[in-house]
Ligand binder design. Structure first.
Ligand SMILES: Cc1ncc(C[n+]2csc(CCOP(=O)(O)OP(=O)(O)O)c2C)c(N)n1
Ligand code: SF4
Length: 283
């Protein structure tokens, strides 16, 4: 029987009524419960933003880092204690903008963790400026004549870099998001789930209705192992937006490659003589 209370935080949540972040939080709770995880086995990491508040509202270990810097501490924690299930959950501005460099190299490094990006196509916390995923022409207080830059395509970048698991969901599809998180945690490497998340206060273009009119679930005819077909799906946007597993490319993760079956670093004794020897070799 599902016991979602193990992860549920009953306190107040500083999100606007109707924000898509609530549903993403429910999906994370559901996925962890279905996977039979215990709160102490999980670490949730974020940067700064509305989405980045999620670790505050979930009963797991949590780390709230700096804006754009969610991925490096997650990598450090997973490397130090690879028994942890590590979930990174942050905004499109955080992960694709200021943290864009970390996003690219986290995929290359392929550390075993799940990245959930709350993609609301604006900077929510700082009141609605354009983000890397804002569509061309979107008008905001800071872009009164409309965005002129081409949007960042996270799925296409992740596929091009050979990420083992690339998926998209819509926050309202709580079960689909939970199912994708479950698959991502099992993929054996770095997984990206980009979740379309309406910001009801500052994004008046990409609303629930806007996403609902375009989003459709990929059927069995889509082969996620076919990189070129996956790329084509990653570029579907204006008229139709595919949801589901876009791309799968299983490959050995960082921890499996570098640490293997050895004890996690946090469980090992510190041998100062070995450390001194290593320092002497390096300097
Ligand atoms: C180093 C640094 N740069 C910029 C900021 C200001 N800042 C805080 S949150 C944010 C954007 C948040 O947008 P996003 O990551 O998309 O998350 P959302 O709030 O929309 O969930 C910015 C620019 C900061 N706090 N620290
Ligand atoms: S400003 Fe937008 S992203 Fe932030 S809590 Fe409100 S609706 Fe959600």
């Amino acid at each position: 029987m599902e016991n979602s209370n193990a992860f549920r935080y009953e306190g107040e949540k500083a999100w606007c009524p109707g924000c898509g972040d609530f549903a993403i939080l429910s999906s994370v709770e559901k996925a962890l419960t279905r996977a039979g995880k215990k709160p102490e086995e999980v670490l949730t990491v974020s940067g700064i933003g509305q989405a980045a508040k999620l670790p505050h509202y979930l009963k797991t270990n949590g780390f709230n880092g700096l804006h754009g810097r969610a991925l490096p501490p997650a990598f450090g924690a997973k490397t130090a204690n690879h028994r942890l299930t590590v979930i990174v959950t942050s905004g499109d501005g955080d992960v694709y903008g200021e943290g864009g460099n970390h996003f690219i190299h986290a995929i290359r490094r392929n550390t075993e963790m799940t990245l959930i990006v709350h993609n609301n196509q604006v900077y929510g916390l700082t009141k609605g400026q354009a983000s890397p995923t804002s569509d061309k022409g979107m008008k905001t207080k800071l872009q009164p004549d409309g965005v002129i830059l081409t949007p960042f395509n996270p799925l296409a970048v992740a596929i091009a870099l050979g990420a083992p698991f690339v998926a998209r969901s819509f926050s309202k599809e709580i079960d689909l998001t939970a199912e994708l998180i479950g698959q991502a945690m099992e993929c054996g490497g770095f997984a990206l789930i980009d979740v379309l998340q309406p910001c009801v206060s500052f994004n008046k273009v990409n609303t629930y209705q806007w996403y609902q009119q375009r989003a459709y679930r990929l059927g069995p005819e889509h082969d996620p192992a076919d990189r070129m077909k996956a790329l084509a799906k990653a570029f579907e946007w204006d008229e139709k937006i595919p949801l589901g597993v876009i791309y799968k490319n299983p490959r050995p993760g960082y921890v499996a490659t570098v640490i293997g079956d050895a004890k996690p670093l946090v469980e090992r004794d510190v041998d100062m003589e070995k450390i001194k020897g290593l320092m002497a070799r390096l300097y």
